[in-house]
Design a protein around this ligand. Sequence first.
Ligand code: TYD
Ligand code: MG
Length: 452
Amino acid sequence: MKAKTSFFCTECGNESVKWQGKCPACGSWNTLVEQQTMKTDKKGGFQPKRNNKAVPLKDLSADHEIRFSTGISELDRVLGGGAVKGSLVLVGGAPGVGKSTLLLQICGSLDGIGSVLYVTGEESCQQLKMRADRLCSNNDSVFVISETNLNAVLDSVDDIKPEFLIIDSIQTIYNEELTSAPGSVGQVKDCTMSLMRLAKEQGITVFVIGHVNKEGAIAGPKVLEHMVDCVLYFEGSVSSGYRILRAAKNRYGSTNEIGVFEMLNDGLQSVENPSEMLLSGRPENIPGTCVACVLEGSRPILAEVQALLCPTSFNAARRNSNGVDYNRAMLLLAVLEKIGGLRIGGCDAYINVIGGLELDEPAADLAVILAVASSYLEKEVDSKLAAIGEVGLTGELRAVSNLNQRLNETARLGFTKCIIPRQGRVRLQIPEGLEVVQVSNISEAMRAVFRS
Ligand code: TYD
Ligand code: MG
């Protein structure tokens, strides 16, 4: 078969037959690169099975999906209750965030499940051994190989017959039948396809690490998201000790669970109680901070929102928001100015959420408003007070989901007062020791908080 070339977009992975300046799929400029896709017609895609008959769905037994625990509670939670046999999971994240560390720790905690093969294309086996010693990941059923050639990896899988395969990282693995460089879109797609086939045909659970890279030359895991069963992103700044694992796609579970880890000297530690971690060391009785309660998946999390307002020294005020969407923060500042009557137009405003958490739920609105107002008015919010509620453009407070669950978590962490939207339908179950104040707009909320 003749060698075929295609053009792939390094942003979205779209394939075109000819080169163009602008990707027709995602609209980015100058991102198409030429790739020789195939030399032989052997690879690529699943081979069609002969005599493959459709079967009634109700006759299938559900035990085809076999879950097992990875031994790391936060990882199990993100995967939807454990890893699924025969699935392919892609773990993406910035360099240094801890992807290799997490997967090496799985090797240590999987004891009893069967053998594990760790393929590293980035380190030598000795380096891996040093790290594994530190992480206590040594046990008899863990095999390692330092290899970048896909066929050698597949041979090694045939040899060891592992239950669990870890590839670190997909960008270093290459198929010698393709002429393009390792890490290019064609290679990454082809190798993932081969691993997918391995997972489905032999029932091996495969975890693949993918680097996220802003530069166009290396294909990020974005192009792979369509192929794999589950995509996990590892987030968190490398300087802060906390890491958040988030599912962006999961064929076997929900995608809105997060896992929280702390990077310690002996590897990543699951954080079972993120609220306690996020609130520890909080300044008390100082203006400019307020606690919000947001839902991450099924889990309520309390986080501290801080705001700093100071008179601007330029014509246009500076606005900065970290952890709260910038546009959402601007909207809340405008509501506070117009409806709340605070003259914050002439102030620089900085908003920050502690612990690197992203509050993308509107239930945090009220806490943002109160933190900003507190800084502007130089009056502190009681440190035992939490605020829950979405703020509308007319300054009204809107109801939020799962309020009782949030109140329980708030009370559990020792808060004594909670400001919530006025309730119509939901029957409140107020936990003992928590005073709940129902308000209908931000002016009422501010009166309730800054009473003195
Ligand atoms: P690593 O897993 O190599 O990152 P990735 O594979 O995502 O690029 O983790 C690298 C960082 O983790 C490194 O900067 C040091 C830190 N680290 C610890 O703090 N403690 C540890 O026990 C380990 C193994 C790493
Ligand atoms: Mg690594």
